[in-house]
Design a protein around this ligand. Structure first.
Ligand code: 5GP
Length: 205
C-alpha cells in the first residue's frame, strides 16, 4: 500500500506561535519543509536558503513572470512566495509538505487549476487565544520595531477573519499543546482512504 503526498498549509497571524510550531515539525523527518522566497531583509540569525531565499524586488518579479511560484502574496509590505517545483517533486515522491504561508497564499492554493494540488491540500489555521495575548507575544519577540508591530497587529485582525475558510482550526495554547493538536490532524489525514493505493490490486496481482 502506498499513498500520495499531502500538502499541509499552516496559516496564522504572526506572533500566534506558528514559527515555533513549524520549527518543532521541522525537527522530525515527517515533512518536507518548503523554503519560501521573500523581499524582506533577513532578521538577525536568519540564513539565506534555510529560513528564506532573500531576493530583490526585481528578481522576485522576474520569477513571477517565469511561473516560478505556486502562490505569492504581499504580506506586511513585502513579497513572499512558494517555489512550485520543489512542492510538485515532493508530492510525486509521496512526501508530505509543510507550508507556512499567509491567508492569501492559502486561498490561491485552494483555487489552483491543478487538481493534484487541490486534492493534496489540507489547510490549518492556528488561532491566537486572544488578541491581547497575540500583542504580548509579538512584543516579547522583540525582533520588530513599533511600526512593524502595529502593522502586524492590523494584518492579524484581518487574517483572523478568514479562519472559517480552513479545513482545521487550532486554538493556540502552549507549544506542546499546539504540536499535539497539529500531529493529531496530520495522523488522521495520512489514513484517509482517498490518499491510499493498494499496489496489489492496482497491478492486478
Ligand atoms: P515573517 O516575515 O514573519 O517571516 O512572515 C510573515 C508572514 O509571511 C507570515 O504570516 C508567513 O506565514 C507569511 N509567509 C511566509 N512565507 C510565505 C510564502 O511563501 N507565501 C505566502 N503567501 N506567505 C508567506
Amino acid at each position: 500500500m502506498h499513498r500520495s503526498g499531502i500538502l499541509f498549509v499552516l496559516s496564522a497571524p504572526s506572533g500566534a506561535g506558528k514559527t515555533t510550531l513549524c520549527d518543532s515539525m521541522r525537527k522530525t523527518p515527517d515533512f518536507f519543509y518548503s523554503v519560501s522566497c521573500t523581499t524582506r531583509a533577513p532578521r538577525r540569525g536568519e540564513e539565506d536558503a534555510k529560513d528564506y531565499y532573500f531576493l530583490t524586488e526585481a528578481e522576485f518579479r522576474r520569477r513571477i513572470g517565469r511561473g516560478f511560484f505556486l502562490e505569492h502574496a504581499r504580506v506586511h509590505g513585502f513579497r513572499y512566495g512558494t517555489p512550485i517545483q520543489a512542492v510538485k517533486d515532493a508530492l510525486v515522491r509521496g512526501l508530505d509538505i509543510l507550508l507556512d504561508i499567509d491567508v492569501q497564499g492559502a486561498r490561491q492554493i485552494r483555487t489552483n487549476t491543478d487538481a493534484a494540488i487541490r486534492t493534496a491540500l489540507v489547510d490549518v489555521f492556528l488561532m491566537p487565544p486572544t488578541f491581547a495575548e497575540l500583542e504580548q507575544r509579538l512584543r516579547k519577540r522583540a525582533t520588530d520595531d513599533e511600526a512593524s508591530i502595529r502593522r502586524r497587529l492590523s494584518t492579524a485582525r484581518e487574517e483572523m477573519r478568514h479562519w472559517r475558510e480552513y479545513d482545521y482550526v487550532i486554538l493556540s495554547g502552549s507549544v506542546e499543546e499546539d504540536v499535539q493538536k497539529f500531529r493529531a490532524i496530520t495522523r488522521a489525514e495520512r489514513y484517509r482512504a482517498t490518499r491510499l493505493t493498494l499496489d496489489e490490486f492496482a497491478t492486478g496481482g
